[in-house]
Design a protein around this ligand. Structure first.
Ligand code: PMP
Length: 414
């Protein structure tokens, strides 16, 4: 432990930072302090190199060519699917469907599962602290199918009210869709308990894992959820790639969402039969290069170890929370007992948009806004928050600099 209490013995952060070329730059004459990791993360050199090497030497189309380049690219592509399956704890690699990210993954499940399993009078349950990506697709589905959307309330600290959740469940519930970690508050939701309770009434469960996959060691079989989504660009990989784990028995029953090439068994001008999952849900040429980058990102995370990442980031979060609790005029929005890597805060003195502009002058990249979670902002009576979201390459000194800059901002704006 350093004198900040941050577990420097868990990870060699200075060594890790050397793996991320972008972090060594200056912004407005100050060293870049990157604290917008919940929006997107930076890439280690191993990801950048894997992508470069693939494009320079191995690039080819997948799942169709019968020549060497294409066959090899297909093999590498399927190896990444296996890597993702192992990373998430899935039983079969075919349970992983690649998408462009979490948004597309939730849309895929909402449309496809909804078409097959949701009918008039059925109910879908989400929570009050979801990203818009886990709200809008379900609203659209409910409108289309004549189903009803129910919302789990959240308490003043940012924790779901589990007694109220139980009251929402009934044999009419078809799907419970909640995040593992809230991007606006950092709350870690009790997803195993949520899943058990949903299954008890025969409902299925989708977990939005966009914010958890970079921070928490996963085991989808232990959670027993039916779907679990992720985004590569929040896991130190490229943008444009992500995916969703789903139980094979469900994928097999679900109709395609996007249709066209590659997702078919046979096409005649009269009728089309569909390929088995996962191909049924991956129409068209996939983002081949990005898949390779995702594979490298998972290798990198595995090399460091998700347990170590969680330990280090937890101590960083504790340190930052202590700092922010001492700043006069600042209110932390989201004080759940279990949180991951996010400090969202509000000050009456400076609007978050002014605050982040001010921080930027000090080379600090933070997000100010509603974080695509407007219902969360409404619940806490704020128009927006400033959000510092951490990764394992952040240092306690960077949080000191953030706290100092925030205090300076409040003094000037007051
Ligand atoms: N859900 C959550 C909790 C998120 O934080 C995000 C990204 N901010 C998304 C969904 C959407 O992910 P993507 O933009 O990668 O599709």
């Amino acid at each position: 432990m350093s004198d900040t209490g941050v577990a420097g013995n868990v990870l060699d952060v200075e060594k890790i930072r050397k793996d991320f070329p972008i972090l060594s730059q200056s912004v407005r004459g100050k060293p870049l302090i990157y604290l917008d990791n919940a929006a997107t993360t930076h890439k280690p050199i191993s990801v950048i190199e894997r992508v470069r090497n693939f494009d320079a030497e191995k690039y080819g189309t997948v799942r169709r060519g019968t020549y060497k380049l294409s066959e090899h690219a297909t093999q590498l592509y399927e190896e990444v699917r296996q890597k993702v399956a192992d990373f998430m704890g899935a039983e079969k690699k075919g349970e992983i469907v690649f998408t462009s990210g979490t948004t597309q993954a939730i849309n895929l499940v909402a449309h496809s599962f909804g078409k097959r399993f949701v009918n008039e009078g059925d109910e879908i349950v989400i929570s009050n602290i979801e990203h818009h990506a886990n709200i809008v697709p379900w609203q659209v589905l409910c409108e289309e199918r004549g189903a009803k959307l129910k919302v789990i309330p959240v308490d003043d600290d940012g924790e779901l009210v589990m007694e109220e959740y139980e009251k929402l469940l009934s044999p009419k519930t078809r799907m419970v869709a909640v995040n593992h970690v809230s991007n606006a508050l950092g709350t870690i939701n009790p997803i195993k308990e949520i899943t058990q309770k949903a299954h008890a009434v025969g409902a299925r469960v989708l977990i939005d894992g966009a914010q958890s996959t970079p921070h928490i060691k996963l085991d989808v079989r232990d959670i027993d959820c039916d779907f679990y989504t992720f985004s590569g660009h929040k896991m130190y990989g490229p943008s444009g790639i992500g995916g969703v784990y789903g139980k094979m028995e469900l994928w097999e029953e679900m109709p395609p969402y996007v249709t066209g090439g590659d997702m078919i068994m046979q096409v005649t001008l009269e009728k089309t039969t569909y390929a088995k999952p996962p191909a049924r849900f991956e129409a068209g040429t996939p983002p081949i290069t990005q898949v390779m980058g995702l594979g490298a990102a998972i290798d990198y995370l595995n090399e460091i170890g998700m347990d170590k990442i969680a330990d280090y980031e937890n101590s960083l979060l504790e340190y930052g929370t202590r700092l922010f609790k001492e700043i006069e005029g600042v209110r932390i929005i989201g004080n759940a007992r279990r949180k991951a890597s996010i400090i969202s805060f509000f000050s009456d003195s400076a609007h978050p948009h002014d605050m982040v502009h001010f921080l930027d002058q000090d080379g600090i990249a933070c997000r100010g806004g509603h974080h695509c979670a407007q219902p969360t902002m409404i619940r806490y009576g704020v128009p927006a928050t400033t959000r510092a979201s951490m990764a394992f390459y952040n240092k306690p000194e960077e949080l000191d600099a953030l706290a100092e800059s925030v205090q300076k901002c409040i003094r000037i704006f007051s």
